[in-house]
Design a binder for this molecule. Sequence first.
Ligand SMILES: *Cc1c(COP(=O)(O)O)cnc(C)c1O
Length: 464
Amino acid sequence: MTLRDKMHQELQLKTLFDQAKGYAYDYAEAAEQRNVFPSTQAITDLERFVEVLPTQSGDASTILHQLHEYGSPASVAQTGGRYFGFVNGGILPITLATKWLTDFWDQNAALYVMSPISARLEEICEGWLKEIFGLPDETAASFVSGTSTAIVCGLAAARYRLLLNQGWDFNRQGHNGAPPLRILAQRETHSAVVKAIALLGFGLDNIEWVDCDAQGRIIPEKLPELDSTCIVLLQAGNVNSGAFDPFEVICRRANAAGAWVHIDGAFGLWAAGSERLKHLTGGIQGAHSWSVDGHKTLNTPYDSGISLCRDREALVAALQASGAYIMYSENRDGMLYTPEMSRRARAVELWAALKYLGREGIDELIYGLHQRARQFAEELSAAGFDIVNEVVFNQVVVSASEQDAETQLILEEIQASGECWVGGSVWQGRKVIRISVCSWVTSAEDVSRSVAAFLAARHQACGK
Ligand SMILES: *Cc1c(COP(=O)(O)O)cnc(C)c1O
């Protein structure tokens, strides 16, 4: 049989897909029971993937079997209720099902003519997102891999506009001899923002750092005089404390000076979707660009990032591409708004999430994450752990001991227990354990069970 015949048969018989479906269901069932982080055995078994590049075409069913046998156990059970690492969101069932269906579509979302359905849903998502976040009508959305790329889009647009205002066409004239721009970032800025600054060639040494308070919020009085060469970087949701900057006062000053404000709200921008939390995002509409993820707070599948920019012209100009074969149309061509050309149609899952949840569901999801975080803080505090941050959103920063070494030991014990997974960080010079409640699955019982794991780990590590 030729390779082509073999693949046709796989498509027609569909047993391969049934096999995958069966494994997926097994996985979902087992994930709730097993260690959140893979066992030592599962990690050791990854060696089985090490081999020389095969010479001949393999058997599809065997390959899939190998992946399930040795790959599934070596994955992190992030879709369960007791994963609190980084800020990694869960996955809504409707978006998972949507992803399965649309995997069969295998759309390229670059141009309207490549995928009318993707182009249309991008447009619809753009409108809905503006409504949820309360952003100006003229705001354009880009659907990218994550917030890291979304920040690059926002800063590229900022650079293009601020330089053009000074008569400098960055696309044509480039860096050499360009009028200097000032980058002002608050001290607790996320590393993804710092990366974007370096990547775009602004130079890390040129950042004017602005001091923050103990929660990681920028102190407006510390912001120097602004002018029309300034790009100000603010944050909705500090990656450790979850803190939100005071947007209104800073955006007002920036706008008066002709400066550009970018707000990185990877997970925190979603606070705007909850009646009881939206005060945290007050004043964000005064900024010029925003970055946010679908794959964190909203619980869409990976990967799903969104760049929002009120200056559509600057965004499109900054990300422009050209090629004689490209067929721009009357309709939305997604690639005008993204650094990439070929791109998966991730807006379809985003659309499904928003349509499924509706305003009330979004509120319930987001406020639920906050409630679980509060519960975590209360139960840990009652058990003698020190909660270092104000739990304003979904993040809890915990110090387990006066001594950093002890906190580290306790952290390692918790991770090794397999009961839950939390990460570590350094906050205000102190070793801390950070908890991010980011999945719809997490229940009150999951939180209590995880708190019990904290207690057992402390006992194990320090006999207390
Ligand atoms: C996660 C995160 C990022 C990076 O987002 P990716 O989607 O991982 O690229 C940037 N900023 C903040 C505050 C984040 O939490």
